[in-house]
Ligand binder design. Structure first.
Ligand SMILES: Cc1cc2nc3c(=O)[nH]c(=O)nc-3n(C[C@H](O)[C@H](O)[C@H](O)COP(=O)(O)OP(=O)(O)OC[C@H]3O[C@@H](n4cnc5c(N)ncnc54)[C@H](O)[C@@H]3O)c2cc1C
Length: 394
């Protein structure tokens, strides 16, 4: 018989990871319990509402899960170790929670505030950042400019001790809930990328309006919104860093954003493959488990190989980042390759689920919809290849 000697119940463990220390694994237990207790029970309700609750943010803050890298003086964890971010991001994926915006807050926004805010700004913003009272967003993209960041048209014109901000942003994650929005604006129309600055716009500033909470194909509980700025008088003391250095700050911080997306992509591919392996053991056709058909066995073998390769590369990039050695090109490699792997694996796994894969109640269908964005936001696959190619001198 074709399947003789094949132990289809055997579970093949993934390669042992060398990234984490015992304190990260202990932290994983805390995070897992928090997600199961505070986030998972509300997932359906939040997906229907298109937004998570502010209480969830406060609960995360109370548990010490916001601002690990922020100094303890401001209520943060005081530990600058991206591996804690990785653990939180991975556990969100493992639990199928796609709408809670902590990866944006912790992985993407925190570095801007930590590195660029002056003492007065830190005292104003960081305690709320860590407690969950101040939810954050970053607004780069405009209706007419996404990949081409230098094409932004939002302007901030200095008027005494204020900037007068005018423009429109779109696709902004945490856009509805955000209390602080780092807005990328042009402060000098004639200075090219040296005319771009970062301004922190606060909830309630006159002229700052939110548009639609956009209806997306996945990540339904994540509020992704349009933002409008009509003659918003932003105090000059809300300038982040120096005027005219905004583009440089973005370039400095985008590698961590891309690594964060790669981490989520690797975790998604791994999780969906695990689910699919089980499905291929349990589902029978023509009198045998479908995983024993050579075609499907090969599909699983190929995906398992690629997932392992992707995992090792991602972990190595995280290690380099923790050492302060990750460059923009390697972050771009991780971002495009892992997000494309995610897309490929989830699509193939959905196929292996047959008709059940198309049913939204199956986790593979949810992963298919939630993770489709990975190759697009944070810089598209095409833009990642541009960065890598240019880094090679072409
Ligand atoms: C769910 C979601 C959340 C988001 N969150 C945020 C957020 O919080 N903050 C924020 O600022 N933005 C956010 N974005 C925006 C996101 O980063 C942009 O959508 C993305 O960078 C692409 O920009 P674009 O949509 O304008 O596409 P375009 O730039 O118009 O690109 C269209 C296509 O052309 C390709 N292309 C463009 N230029 C080149 C080139 N030089 N060579 C080859 N191909 C090219 C692109 O790869 C893409 O395939 C979010 C988007 C989504 C959908």
């Amino acid at each position: 018989m074709l399947t003789a000697g094949l132990d289809i119940e055997r579970k093949r463990d993934l390669m042992r990871r060398e990234l984490f220390e015992p304190e990260h694994e202990a932290f994983r237990e805390t995070v897992r319990a928090f997600i199961a207790r505070e986030l998972v029970p509300h997932t359906e309700e939040w997906e229907a509402a298109g937004v998570v609750s502010r209480e969830a943010w406060l609960a995360a803050g109370a548990q010490g899960l916001l601002g690990f890298a922020v100094d303890e003086r401001y209520g943060g964890g005081g530990v600058d170790d991206f591996r804690f971010n990785v653990v939180f991001d991975e556990e969100l994926v493992a639990a199928g929670v796609s709408g809670f915006g902590s990866p944006l807050h912790n992985d993407i926004i925190a570095p801007y505030l930590i590195a660029l805010a002056n003492e007065e700004q830190k005292q104003r913003w960081l305690p709320g950042f860590c407690s969950g009272e101040l939810i954050t967003a970053i607004a780069m993209t405009e209706p007419g400019a996404g990949s081409d960041l230098q094409g932004i048209r939002t302007t901030a014109v200095r008027d005494g001790d204020h900037y007068v901000l005018n423009g429109q942003k779109t696709f902004i994650s945490n856009g509805i809930l955000a209390d602080l929005v780092i807005v990328v604006a042009r402060t000098d129309p004639d200075a090219g990328h040296e005319g771009i600055s970062l301004l922190v716009v606060e909830r309630g500033m006159p002229g700052f309006e939110r548009g639609r909470n956009l209806d997306k194909i996945g990540q339904k509980a994540q509020d992704t919104a349009e933002l409008f700025f009509n003659d918003v008088r932003v105090p000059a003391r809300n300038l982040l860093g120096e005027e005219g250095k905004g583009f440089i700050y973005l370039m400095q911080n985008l590698p961590q954003e891309r690594l964060s997306i790669a981490v989520a992509a690797a975790a998604t591919a791994e999780k969906v493959l695990e689910l699919t392996k089980q499905y291929c053991r349990d589902r029978t056709a023509f009198g045998r488990p479908i995983g024993t058909f050579q075609h499907i066995r090969f599909e699983l073998a190929e995906m398992a190989t690629e997932v392992e390769i992707g995992r090792v590369f991602t972990d190595r990039c995280v290690q380099d980042h923790v050492r302060g050695e990750l460059d923009g090109e390697h972050a771009a490699m991780a971002k495009w390759w892992l997000s494309e792997l995610n897309k490929r694996v989830v699509d193939r796994c959905l196929q292996l689920h047959g008709g059940y894969g198309y049913m939204t109640e199956y986790p593979v269908a949810k992963a298919f919809l939630d993770s489709r964005i990975q190759t697009i936001y944070g810089g598209t696959t095409e833009i990642m290849k541009e960065i890598i190619g240019r880094g090679m001198g072409f």
